[in-house]
Design a protein. Sequence first.
Length: 174
Amino acid sequence: MKEPAREPSRELSPVARRERLLVREVEDELVVYDLESHRAHSLSRAAALIWRHCDGRTTVAELAALLHRELDAAPDETVVWMALRRLGKAHLLRDPVTVPSQAVSCSRRELTRRMAVLGGLAFVSSILVPEPVQAQSACRPDGAACISSTQCCSGCCRLIGSGLECRPGAGGCV
């Protein structure tokens, strides 16, 4: 006898990427630094819980139940799908996740409300971290306050309004 088809949300068991990452807990968040892309990702409690349990065996439905147990949130697969999508965009999953269209059937306003209940809209926030050689640079970017052209990356400190700013261009450098 043929086994009945299962819903896609019940079959998908995502796998978190663990290679070449530095992971640290900072207060209620998890900070994951990607050694390959030089990006730092801040995961909310909900996103961190989901990411830590992406072991290739835990399904989306089980992740939703886990959020319910651990964070006292509604067992909502839509929220899990959105977190998985953001984790995938941050390259914190081994394979990208395609969110089934039926998985996110609520309005944007409703989804925003659901996510806010779990501790914020930004499940995963990412920033590019400069490499050490860039971080050591003493020059300031265009628009930054300065006192001489040696401080400016453009090599030109100009009088703008009542102050000095780094601005590229010919002549007029201080």
